[in-house]
Design a protein. Structure first.
Length: 404
């Protein structure tokens, strides 16, 4: 197919492509999946294709007219460098392979809109050749989607400068969607974006989650414990198990979801501790429909990732968030601001200490916490509706005023 001579196909159904680099965790894929599901539900003739590096993409269910292409996986070493997950290639070779697959997929799928998650140039710049071709082609609308918090402003500014991300954002993207509210946090604070780029920003609100199935939750009451993807959840899981081990009267019981990235040896150690608690804590490795567990829980103890925070708000869950602070301050910044607003309680290492006693108090106090709905403001959970309106505008289905 010749990129330079594409023409409109009469009556062609809209095509939305979403790029999610996914080097670690579940967040980027789950956000892209939620967006694709909402867009195709609001536009019944549209399809969506997600490009993802997640090694567990195949374990998720996708709605009708939503599919995914799995890019070769990479993983981050403790020193910050990257390596191929499985295929025995150097990181430069893997990046080149991924970049070629992205270009080929974009050429064949021919998207009307490309939504890029978080990384303006993609992993190690792998998206740039595709962005350049799509820009020359001139028919695809390019959107950069940013979560509510990226990192501390000075750290983010240095990272974006190193990746030449500001230049790419200015040059390529027709719109910038921020999946939060400016009144809560501005993830672009400290970035030298031009007034023209700032004028292209849209603050969507957070992305509401819905029950995907009619599955029944476990026997109630229970507290849901979730460290997200689990790759960095060791401290949280250990803290919760220590609390139940130390206080035999601690209740209600806990339902623990390890996450798919918690390592095998560590999980085996935790499984032995869970078994010794004789049903006061039960555990599963991965739950693709974790929304059901949120909906039935008396409270939640979790880390502070974007998707988990959206679920806490969507299911009006009393929550204690134990944020990580490395390698990014993102979770701490989100949890700190949410606590100030009265949406959740944060268990902060510096302020509260991360001891079993602190976790026991937090679990015991969960029923006394106000519900997030008592502090939620207008527009906070309107993100998916806002996004589907923007898609309609970009597709030319409605006028600009109808989307505001």
């Amino acid at each position: 197919m010749n990129w330079g001579s594409k023409t409109e196909e009469p009556g062609r159904a809209p095509r939305i492509m979403l790029y999610s680099h996914d080097t670690f965790g579940l967040g980027h894929l789950r956000r892209s999946r939620a967006l694709a599901a909402a867009i195709t539900a609001a536009h019944p003739d549209a399809s969506a294709l997600i490009l993802t590096g997640s090694p567990i993409a195949g374990r998720f269910t996708f709605p009708r007219r939503v599919d995914h292409v799995r890019l070769p996986g990479v993983t981050k070493r403790s020193d910050g460098s990257y390596t191929s997950r499985t295929i025995g290639m150097g990181i430069e070779e893997v990046t080149e392979l991924r970049s070629g697959l992205i270009q080929t997929t974009a050429e064949q799928y021919d998207p009307d809109i490309l939504i890029v998650d978080k990384e303006p140039t993609g992993f190690r710049g792998e998206l740039l050749p595709t962005l350049e071709k799509l820009q020359r082609w001139g028919r695809t609308k390019l959107v950069l989607g940013l979560r509510d918090v990226l990192d501390a402003p000075d750290v983010l500014a240095a990272e974006w400068d190193r990746k030449d991300a500001v230049s790419a954002t200015e040059r390529f993207y027709h719109e910038i969607w921020i999946y939060g509210l400016r009144s809560i946090y501005d993830p672009t604070a400290g970035l030298p974006l031009s007034e023209a780029a700032q004028a292209r920003m849209h603050w969507t609100g957070y992305l509401r989650r819905e029950l995907g199935t009619t599955d029944e939750p476990p026997e109630q009451p229970y507290v849901l414990i979730t460290p997200g993807g689990g790759g960095d959840g060791r401290a949280l899981v250990n803290l919760v198990l220590s609390a139940y081990e130390q206080d035999p009267d601690l209740n209600p019981r806990a339902v623990l979801v390890y996450g798919p990235f918690l390592s095998g040896d560590l999980r085996a150690e935790f499984e032995a501790r869970v078994a010794a608690l004789n049903g006061r804590v039960t555990a599963v490795g991965f739950e693709s429909q974790i929304e059901t567990l949120f909906a039935g829980a008396a409270g939640v103890v979790c880390m502070g990732g974007y998707n988990t925070f959206c679920e806490v708000l969507s299911f009006d869950s009393r929550a204690v968030i134990v944020p990580r602070t490395v390698p990014r301050m993102e979770q701490w910044l989100r949890a700190s601001r949410a606590e100030q607003m009265g949406l959740i309680r944060m268990l902060d290492e510096q302020r509260d200490g991360l001891s079993p006693e602190a976790m026991i108090r937090a679990i015991r106090d969960l029923p006394k916490q106000p519900l997030p709905s008592q502090a939620i403001r207008d527009g906070l959970l309107d993100g998916l509706d806002y996004v589907t309106h923007r898609v309609a505008v970009l597709l030319g289905e409605v006028g600009e005023q109808a989307a505001e």
